[in-house]
Design a protein around this ligand. Structure first.
Ligand code: SF4
Length: 111
């Protein structure tokens, strides 16, 4: 398996090889890259970005404040789609707490 590390702009190519039931990692340039590859193999995670409707009919951009497991992304989107928030909001304001281990936060200041 080949991965491209997305932890920094270097974009190192990391190779994962299975040897005797263990996984070995090659090509990373720092510990962050090895950790990224280990997580990608075991439980890949992503930051979810979307929009939330407001009570006044606008939509605001939101995202999770940390990566969530890819297996939970659809459920996170269902929660996001059920939210209606009230303006004003500032960038970083928590719109909804603890959604599959992350908070949904505003990605923009809207008055
Ligand atoms: S392995 Fe390290 S240097 Fe390479 S892309 Fe990942 S974080 Fe950057």
């Amino acid at each position: 398996m080949e991965l491209t590390c997305v932890e920094c702009p270097m974009g190192c190519k990391i190779t994962v090889e299975e040897k005797g039931g263990n996984k070995e990692f090659f090509g990373y340039s720092c510990p962050r890259g090895k950790l990224y590859a280990e997580n990608e193999v075991v439980d890949p995670k992503r930051v979810v970005t979307s929009t939330v409707k407001t009570a006044s009919g606008e939509v605001i951009p939101v995202k999770t404040d940390k990566p969530v497991s890819k297996k939970d992304m659809y459920k996170v989107m269902q929660v996001i789609n059920s939210i209606t928030c009230t303006l004003p909001v500032k960038t970083g304001d928590i719109i909804k707490e603890n959604v599959y281990g992350a908070n949904i936060i505003s990605a923009k200041t809207v008055k």
